[in-house]
Write a protein of this length. Structure first.
Lengths: 225, 225
DNA sequence: GCAAAAGTGTTTGGGATACACCCATGC
DNA sequence: GCATGGGTGTATCCCAAACACTTTTGC
């Protein structure tokens, strides 16, 4: 193919929507921008993707640098979400962003990252760029993923109680679920097994701890509402 | 963010997986490459995305030029599929491709496109680049889409028989479906209505023609197996 | 009349939903 | 003993799946 003018590609960036669970709330990792544009506002961690790096490599590098999180070691799961490409989304010029969505649990931020924090997805600050809509899209995707995969495993500790499992579903889906039906159905999927351990906390009956048979992502034959 | 070396983005390209139905077969649109690399091999229609164009604008332009198809006018439906970015996927250098999937019916190719044709998805020629895996991914996505949206409308004529509708599902899903159960379930979704017209063809009973109430993409409350 | 596709109902099993009480513990 | 969350069973309804014959047409 021939061009009358030299070919100039748009800037390519990568951004990550990283979720974790904190009690009953789903949280997302943000960084505060130190430079214009949007200086001082919160944004998804992300940065440039230069030629020679895949988008996931570029993302791993930039997330490590900006918020001190090691995607391979600290996230249970990451997948490509969508590519956002409207010309006006970055005031500096045309910029195409390949976004990823990941999940982890009790994620520790690196020491050099004072300007990074988790925010509850229902109480986000003002966000730079189109990042609010990216987070909304990621949350929908995550909610859908929980219904037809074992992705919830990525949000929980290796051993967890059935109440914690149910709380994870309720936090992501944003609605309450009947306890008896939830347990009956989830156990019937055969994804988890009891462990000999118990969870003891507070003045009430201890809870059995369960674990997933398979922590890698698995698509279910029956979907879960 | 500062870089020791000047920032150079990868090449950005766009590619389209365009499906149509031909009788009982699902077909995909390919073009034969006129230049190296992969000269003479078949590939998805696609090309460069220069700065200033969104991926969908770039795609519309390149698809019109290469195969003479007008995405807005001739496709019922198009959506972003995935962004493929492995460094080695193009022998000329690092190239990131944003891919789209679309559906249409009885798509006419432009006159200037001798080197374009539809192929049955189950009988593809050797394909350039990683395009075989892109098509496989698109087909899975389309199959999933048919179960929870009215996307099948994009593969059919505005008026269609229930047998044609069932055949569309069977072609995309790649399996047979019981006729009585299919009709009962699909009609219960309330997506289509009878028209006064009949389909007459061959030495057998004529069939009622139906039409969708809503041809724009709609997510179903109950999913369809 | 015969070939070919259209059209039509019933039965059965399993999962979804709705719903309320006892259990084990710490204090 | 009491407050707190853990843990359990049943009845109903709807949907999914399996399954075979009659109807209408062109020739």
């Amino acid at each position: 193919m021939k061009y009358a003018t030299p070919y100039i590609p748009p800037t390519l960036t990568v951004d990550a929507v990283i979720f974790q669970l904190n009690g009953t709330e789903l949280e997302v990792l943000l960084t505060q921008r130190s430079e214009d544009p949007f200086k001082g506002e919160w944004a998804l961690p992300g940065g440039y993707n230069a030629t020679g790096s895949t988008t996931l490599e570029a993302l791993a590098s930039v997330v490590k640098r900006k918020v001190g999180v090691d995607i391979d070691a600290q996230l249970a799961y990451i997948e490509q979400l969508y590519t956002f490409d409207t010309v006006a989304r970055d005031p500096r010029g045309h910029c195409v962003s390949v976004t990823y969505m990941g999940c982890g649990r009790a994620i520790e931020l690196g020491s050099g990252s004072q300007h990074a924090a988790f925010f509850p997805v229902d109480k986000l600050p003002n966000l730079a760029y189109d990042h609010a809509s990216i987070i909304a899209y990621a949350r929908e995707r995550l909610s859908a993923k929980l219904t037809y995969t074992n992705a919830v495993a990525g949000l929980l500790e290796p051993k967890f109680t059935l109440s914690q499992l149910q709380t994870a579903y309720e936090a992501v889906m944003g609605r309450e679920i009947d306890k008896r039906n939830f347990r009956k159905k989830f156990l019937s999927l055969g994804l988890i097994h009891e462990t000999p351990d118990m969870w003891r906390e507070g003045a009430h009956r201890p809870a059995k701890l369960y674990a997933f048979n398979n922590t890698s992502l698995e698509v279910l034959s029956r979907s879960f509402d």
